[in-house]
Ligand binder design. Structure first.
Ligand code: NAP
Length: 428
């Protein structure tokens, strides 16, 4: 079996192994780290990526900042007791710029793995990346009631900061009971004369501080146990038809506008079908921000996580960048050690097994005594590679010769290895 054959189905690893030898110059732009999304997660990833010495391209669509740009008040970013979202977003961006991040305004339509290479497809061309961090964030979901779609921009809104000022001295409604609904409802009282917060239960899910502030605001009127059945209005929104979920009673609530804050959904358009997700489409990652596709990382609100905050998005971004940096370094190292030499013998072992760690030293000495060389690969840290090579057990030795890997030799009794298991030529 050839190494290429063995790995043909896999993603980044194969490509990174083979790119220098087997791919002609496609003329495609090639970058080390491409970050998609310029919210707190993407900008923090850029800062960390640049500090780690990576070539970083950050692709943003429109203004940088993501949802932070439509958040009026941020008072839980440590060290800054109060800032508006756009203020904090601008500081993040300036910080990423200070480290010479390259920004590009483009629409990423798709991220795909083509012949093992990670390709970021944009409306301005394709880019091949050693590693990609997807940090495209989340958006506010639509409620889905009758009349909603027709009135978007005509009184139905998903952004208080963007549209609040249109409702000076008007009565309006907010739908939802989470932090967004309660905090944005409070913010909207700067403009509106009255803000009804329509919630399907009889208590808000938002945190206590936000609830107390909203409920002590005389302009806020909670409407409990109620859902919006229909949005009515000839042109602009004029009336909401509400249903009390406890009594079944139907009532009218005349308002000039309604803001929907009924939860969020991930901006996963570019990676749909590529990455493993949970039911709601949230991207699954491990604690290193690795997704189900090697070399593609996810950070921030589009990730499956329990707390979607600026501070957690930034933390994700930092972790993702450091993971991407080690991934890229690992690929380069492994390529030069395993693929560039004509003949290689490699020992894959687990560094967390004391016996195998000792064995790796013994093997290296045994090869040295025989005048040969062996490449030691920590199979624990490179678990995906072990899996892709079909190595079912560790420790194991393999020989790679002219792109072909030989039969693996599983060392079931690591303590008894006394001689070099391959002819000494193999390691040269
Ligand atoms: P959320 O916490 O998921 O709340 C969504 C709200 O919408 C819930 O109250 C839910 O009702 C209601 N809802 C969902 N589907 C509905 C439907 N079909 N009809 C009527 N009501 C419906 O969403 P979020 O408020 O956007 O917050 C998302 C995340 O961001 C959370 O983790 C939140 O803590 C965080 N966040 C934090 C801050 C902050 O710390 N300053 C600000 C904003 C957001 P139920 O309660 O009955 O499920």
């Amino acid at each position: 079996m050839t190494l290429r054959g063995c790995l043909a189905w896999s993603s980044g690893f194969v490509y990174n192994f083979l790119r220098n030898d087997d791919r002609g110059d496609t003329g495609m732009e090639k970058r080390e780290l491409v970050i998609v999304g310029a919210g707190p997660a993407g900008l923090t990833a850029a800062i960390y990526g640049r500090r780690a010495g990576l070539d970083v391209l950050l692709i943003e669509k429109g203004a940088a900042g993501g949802q932070i740009n439509i958040t009026e008040e941020i008072e839980n970013w440590p060290g800054v007791q109060h800032a508006t979202g756009p203020e904090l977003g601008a500081m993040f961006r300036a910080h990423a710029e200070k480290f010479n991040t390259e920004f590009r305004d483009a629409d990423v339509t798709k991220i795909e793995v083509r012949d093992g290479a990670k390709i970021v497809v944009t409306n301005k061309g394709e880019i091949e990346a050693e590693a990609v961090i997807v940090a495209t964030g989340a958006y506010f979901r639509r409620l889905g009631c009758e009349g909603e779609a027709e009135h978007i921009g005509q009184g139905v809104s998903y952004c208080a900061v963007c549209d609040g000022a249109f409702f000076e001295d008007e009565e309006i409604a907010v739908v939802g009971g989470g932090n967004s609904a309660v905090e944005e409802g409070d913010y909207l009282t700067k403009f509106a004369s009255k803000v009804y917060i329509i919630h399907r239960r009889d208590e808000f899910r938002a945190d206590r501080a936000a609830v107390e502030r909203a409920l002590s605001n005389p302009k806020i009127v909670p409407v409990w146990n109620s859902v919006v059945e229909k949005i009515e209005g000839d042109g602009m929104v004029e009336n909401l038809v509400l249903k009390n979920v406890k009594t079944g009673e139907i009532s009218d609530l005349p308002v000039a506008g309604v803001f929907m804050f009924v939860g969020q959904a991930p901006h996963d358009e570019a990676v749909k079908g590529l990455l493993e997700t949970t039911k709601g489409g949230w991207i699954k990652t491990n604690e290193r921000m690795e997704t189900s596709v090697e070399g593609i990382f996810a950070a921030g609100d589009l990730r499956d996580k329990s707390l979607r905050q600026v501070v957690t998005a930034a933390a994700d971004g930092a972790i993702a960048a450091m993971s991407a940096s080690s991934y890229i370094a690992e690929q380069v190292h492994l390529h030069s050690k395993l693929m560039e030499p004509e003949k290689v013998v490699a020992l894959f072992f687990s560094s967390i097994d004391a016996g195998q760690a000792k064995l790796s030293g013994d093997v290296e000495s045994a090869f040295e005594r025989a005048g040969a060389a062996v490449v030691l690969v920590d199979g624990y840290k490179n678990a995906r590679m072990v899996q892709k090579l079909g190595l079912t057990d560790l420790p194991v030795m393999i020989r790679i010769e002219s792109g072909k890997i030989g039969e693996p030799k599983f060392l079931h009794h690591p303590g008894v290895l006394k001689t070099v298991p391959f002819d000494k030529e193999g390691g040269r």
